[in-house]
Ligand binder design. Sequence first.
Ligand code: MG
Length: 391
Amino acid sequence: MNDTAQNVIILGSTGSIGTSTLNCIRRFPDRFRITGLAAGRNIDLLCRQIDEFRPEKAYIADVKSIGRLRERCGSKVHLVEGKDGLETLVREASSDIVVNALVGAVGLRPTIAALKKKNRVALANKESLVIGGDLITGLVADGWGELVPVDSEHSAILQCLSGVKAPATIESIVLTASGGPFRTRPLEGFATITPSEALTHPTWAMGKKITIDAATLMNKGFEVIEAHHLFSMPYERLRVVIHPQSIVHSLVEFYDGAFMAQLGCPDMELPIQYALAFPRRLPMNGKRLSLSEIGTLEFFEPDYVRFPCLRLCIEAGKQGGTAPAVVNAANEVAVAAFLAGTIPFTDIARVVAAALDRYAAQPATSLDAIEAADAATRRSAHETIKQKGLS
Ligand code: MG
């Protein structure tokens, strides 16, 4: 370990993005040093990570697990506690880079805390930008920190834009979407989709919440909003194309008709490592893309009738203000209810549409306004589900 190593905090260290980030960091111990780890409830894995990486500070969200974590690891690491623990961890551990791999709206405050520390935020928590896009891009524009996307599509766009001197030459951005597990399933069969069917993604291995969002295409809607904020691109110039092979990770179209695309195997370690080292590239071994083995790359227009969440999300993005926060909160409640077996798959979109109908969007220029919209929507979404008067 040397003094030029960058200090890295990982929020969500035991999840899919977190463990992949640690794989990247293991390859470059001279470049990156882990200083903070935050997990949800996986004590065993968090303890192993603490043993291996010896961070300054650690945090576990599940309050019932704190005592056991203290017993097992309390002598090796300073444990941060309390309801603002994620922000405290970000503020108090040494850091240059914060990898935010949290799930849901809970990721917004730690993103802001990291930016206020003038850190790089390697952002996998897309909800930060979906609900707090105006706030976060405002902070970055004012010189507070740096935002580098981890999401594979946005990483692809960033890679396509490297070396582009004049943003005015960009005509549009095309986000690719696998289409999820129900791309070809007839609409009549949607109401009987089970959680285990929806949790089987054809090309990407991810956490539960994002896998359901990928099945409804809500995830792609969030990514449109994310791209709008990250690349200052109006919604009229953001497009979605279904690409079942997940090889072309996204494209940029220029005003002379040229397209740039980034291709690769569907493996999150590449965009994670790119976000850590940006604007440099670091070497990576492993599976290489063989175009002749794949043979065919397909592209289709998205079906907004079968996947209404995509349309709802883009509408909310265009509406702006707290509308995306409303969509996100309703979706978080609806996805949890679907996974619990309380509502059918098709009701996810209905709960979101009802929330968006009911709530008058406000400007999203303060954390208070965003969190008020989030809390009010969660309450009303729970009500909607309880009443079951949906269809
Ligand atoms: Mg993505």
